[in-house]
Design a binder for this molecule. Structure first.
Ligand code: FE2
Ligand code: FE2
Length: 291
């Protein structure tokens, strides 16, 4: 790591361009955290036991703290939460969650918030929390948030497993419904991120950070063939989502079918999200069920 990038963590070390891209990431994470507060709060009356209600309230409180931590990071880095840089798709995801809540589909709510949205949060925070991230201040904040999100993910898996024990078919139906509504929106965020930023006069092509000699650096040096861009940050989340579907114990044939459907979301000629690789890694052909 060059001496110029090794001591990052102070505002002055961040280029204007890096700050703008960080502002985009932080503003969208902030939006996701706001949505999480609303989602967990909406779930509270859906739980039957007092313990579960209290646990959901605590989760909403955790997400509230994350909002403040992200605002503080932005302030220290020299930017505020930029409503202009928040992607539109958040509204659709929140609306789908609300629809699930209105029809008392607790499994659907848990899958959307605890698997899909948490996977996005975990994937992004994990990428930023990497010890290779030269922006140590952002890495430290991401690491703190990551601990909570991983805990939320565990709670979600436990809750979904309990529902599966009661009615596995109904939970799988909720998964297929939620996947068809939410995952295209998450993919649209990935595909549109570049156009979205370009429309805001922010160059997404430039590296948010790049890897050279096995280490992650911020911009300010020549582009490398290997660099982490916004798409790869979100791809980490999508891969995490697929892993969580397996971990939760959903039927392999259903998960394979859902992963296969995601390949159709990729736009030919645009950024390759690596779904084909995910499919290959799973030996994708879905088993056929005869009965
Ligand atoms: Fe959070
Ligand atoms: Fe969370």
């Amino acid at each position: 790591m060059s001496s110029e990038t090794s001591i990052l963590g102070s505002t002055s070390q961040r280029s204007d361009h890096y700050r703008k891209l960080l502002s985009f990431v932080v503003s969208n994470a902030w939006m996701g955290e706001n949505m999480a507060v609303e989602n967990y709060s909406e779930m509270v009356p859906m739980f039957s036991s007092v313990d579960e209600k209290i646990e959901a309230v605590q989760q909403a409180k955790d997400e509230g703290k994350h909002i403040l931590v992200l605002e503080k990071l932005g302030k220290r880095a020299g930017f505020g939460i930029d409503q202009n840089l928040i992607e539109e798709e958040w509204k659709g995801i929140r609306a789908t969650f609300h629809e699930a809540a209105k029809k008392s589909d607790l499994a659907g709510c848990l899958i959307i918030q605890d698997l899909m949205v948490e996977a996005l949060a975990v994937g992004m925070y994990k990428t930023f929390a990497s010890p290779l991230n030269a922006d140590r201040e952002a890495a430290k904040v991401a690491g703190q948030l990551l601990d909570d999100e991983l805990r939320h993910l565990d709670i979600g898996v436990r809750r979904i497993n309990a529902l599966m024990d009661k009615d596995s078919d109904a939970v799988h139906d909720s998964l297929v419904w939620a996947h068809s509504r939410v995952m295209p929106a998450l993919f649209a965020m990935v595909h549109n991120a570049c156009d979205f930023l370009c429309a805001k006069h922010v160059y997404c092509e430039s590296e948010l950070a790049y890897v050279e000699g096995g280490e992650l650096h911020l911009d300010g040096a020549p582009k490398s063939d290997i660099f982490i861009n916004l798409e790869s940050l979100k791809l980490a989340a999508l891969e995490h989502y697929v892993t969580m579907l397996d971990t939760t114990g959903f039927e392999t044939r259903v998960v394979n079918q859902l992963v296969s459907s995601m390949a159709a979301y990729e736009i030919p000629g645009r950024v390759d999200l690596g779904i084909k690789e995910v499919l290959a890694g799973r030996n994708a052909p879905a088993e056929t069920k005869c009965c």
